[in-house]
Design a protein around this ligand. Structure first.
Ligand code: BG6
Length: 507
């Protein structure tokens, strides 16, 4: 199926399609239908990812990429635009120009207006003959167009058993609207053929977290309230609104980042071991965690912020309201103290923090282990520091474990201790493997029909239930975001939220 199986291995993608059951009947789609092919996500992520996969020989030889949008374009127009995107990537990787030509030869274009199902006739005529080989459909369009797109696909005969559908966030803005979207999708695409994207699940270190937890004996016995004191999850961004006024101002950080990416990270840290690394086994365990989230005491356990003017990386940046062009109560920072109410995590707080215009771009999970209950080295230099595991997702992928070690020397007064860090820098340990962007993983899994790294309906709905309750309480109490200067770690109340529990954020 793949042109070059050894390419798969050196490129960091297994020659097996994930660990799958012997009865697995998944097959690779021969057509990828990309809605919104001229849009931002497609240009920044999807087309470059597909090119990267093709250049490494990882796309099925038969795969055709059919791009669609409402513009009247020809195949040559789409190929020409795509060439401009991928040629610099080919030059950077010193690839022959034939690699670019081969990729472009896979591409064709058919216009369809996602808001008008009647305009799907040409698309149907172009894609129906390819249904037998399997069709993966990627909706990289505004969610407001999902329903009409699905109607159009149905009318064009493109929703049969050999098709599968991938959807980008946001899947609604609350539980009710998310259910509406899920109902509309589910009417035509049953759950096993629906692939909901959370691009954090495509990130290498997120998968590495599972490898670490379930591939090493040493962590599991301590991975519970007996061994872990608290967990911190930070997703810090330096960017501001980035022109996404319409979208972001309606959402805010809680719904834009916590509802999806951060709760998925929390679920992966907290879940029980699935029996196998397989779609339903993994998602069954995640959803149990999401349903065990304790409703937040928003007065004591949440802080909202919005950036005021300040400086990021030495450059002055305007306030959120100024970027937006009007005053707003939307939060650009949120800090929460969450609890997973089950036996494993009783009494262990999960601190979540995300914000825009923070001092650095950094996403990480910090697992703080408990102190040694007794020290046999009293008075020997530094006190014993509890172990800490830091899993960095961005900007560098890395895992660090801090442990206590003896300071070298012939000390007469007893052993002197120091905290040292074991550093599993991914880039060094696997220097020969090319780093991949999340969408490469997700696209290859979509084409291959493996839903393990996609979000199931019950997960999305459990996430929304918890988030909706927080927003309802904020609204009832009239909570408004506190201002913080751009380039700082959010309002000081965010620091106090952790400090009240005797915890310092890992900055
Ligand atoms: C998106 C959010 O889902 O994730 C953005 O809508 C955010 O607001 C982005 O900037 C962050 O993704 P990453 O991969 O850059 O951490």
């Amino acid at each position: 199926m793949f042109r070059d199986a050894t390419a798969r291995q050196t490129a960091g993608l297994s020659t097996e399609r994930h660990a799958s059951s012997p009865t697995d009947k998944r097959s690779h789609a021969h057509t990828l239908l990309l809605f919104g092919v001229t849009g931002d996500l497609s240009r920044r992520m999807l087309l470059p990812s597909l090119f990267g996969l093709d250049a490494d020989g990882l796309l099925p030889a038969e795969l055709r990429i059919v791009g669609t949008a409402h513009h009247a374009l020809t195949d040559e127009d789409l190929q020409g635009e795509t060439r401009k995107l991928v040629e610099p990537l080919a030059i950077e990787r010193e690839l022959a120009s034939s690699v670019v030509d081969r990729f472009l030869a896979r591409m064709s274009y058919v216009a369809a207006d996602a808001s008008d199902p009647a305009s799907f006739a040409d698309l149907g005529a172009a894609v129906r003959p390819r249904l037998g080989g399997g069709v993966a459909i990627f909706l990289s369009t505004a969610p407001s167009l999902f329903e009409t797109t699905i109607d159009g696909l149905e009318q064009a005969g493109l929703t049969g058993g050999t098709t599968r559908l991938a959807l980008e966030k946001p899947l609604g803005h609350n539980l009710a609207s998310s259910r509406e979207i899920n109902d509309a999708v589910g009417r035509v695409f049953p759950e096993p053929r629906t692939f909901r994207i959370d691009h954090y699940l495509g990130k290498e270190t997120v998968q590495n977290l599972l490898a670490l937890r379930f591939g090493n004996l040493m962590f599991e016995p301590l991975w519970n309230a007996g061994g872990i004191e608290h967990v911190q999850i930070t997703v810090a961004e330096t960017v501001g609104l980035e022109g996404r006024t319409g979208y972001f101002d309606g959402m805010g950080s809680l719904r834009d980042m916590v509802q999806n990416h951060m709760l998925q990270l929390l679920a992966l840290v907290a879940m029980e071991a699935p029996a196998r690394f397989e779609a339903d086994a993994v998602r069954d365990e995640k959803v149990k965690v999401l349903r065990s989230l304790r409703p937040l005491d928003t007065d004591r356990e949440s802080v909202l912020g919005q950036y005021a003017a300040g400086a990021v990386a030495g450059l002055p940046v305007p306030a959120y309201g100024e970027e937006l062009g009007r005053p707003s109560d939307t939060e650009t920072f949120v800090a929460l103290k969450a609890h997973v109410d089950n036996m494993r995590w009783a009494g262990v707080p999960f601190f979540l923090r995300t914000g825009k215009r923070l001092p650095t771009r950094r996403s990480e999970i910090v697992v703080q282990f408990r102190r040694m209950p007794h020290s046999i080295f009293p008075g020997s230099g530094a006190a014993l520091q509890p172990n800490r595991l830091v899993i960095s997702l961005q900007p560098d992928e890395n895992i660090q474990l801090s442990i206590m070690a003896k300071r070298p020397g012939l000390d007469q007064e007893g052993i002197r201790m120091r905290e040292v860090t074991l550093d599993i820098r991914d880039a060094d340990a696997f220097a020969d493997v090319r780093r991949r962007i999340a969408y490469e993983r997700l696209l290859i899994d979509l084409i291959g029909g493996n839903p393990t790294l996609f979000v199931r309906r019950d997960e999305v709905e459990a996430q929304w239930s918890w988030i909706d309750a927080i927003r309802d309480r904020w609204q009832a109490a009239g909570v408004r975001p506190r201002l913080y200067s751009a380039g700082t770690w959010g309002p000081s109340a965010g620091v106090a939220l952790a400090e009240r529990s005797g915890v310092s954020w890992h900055d």
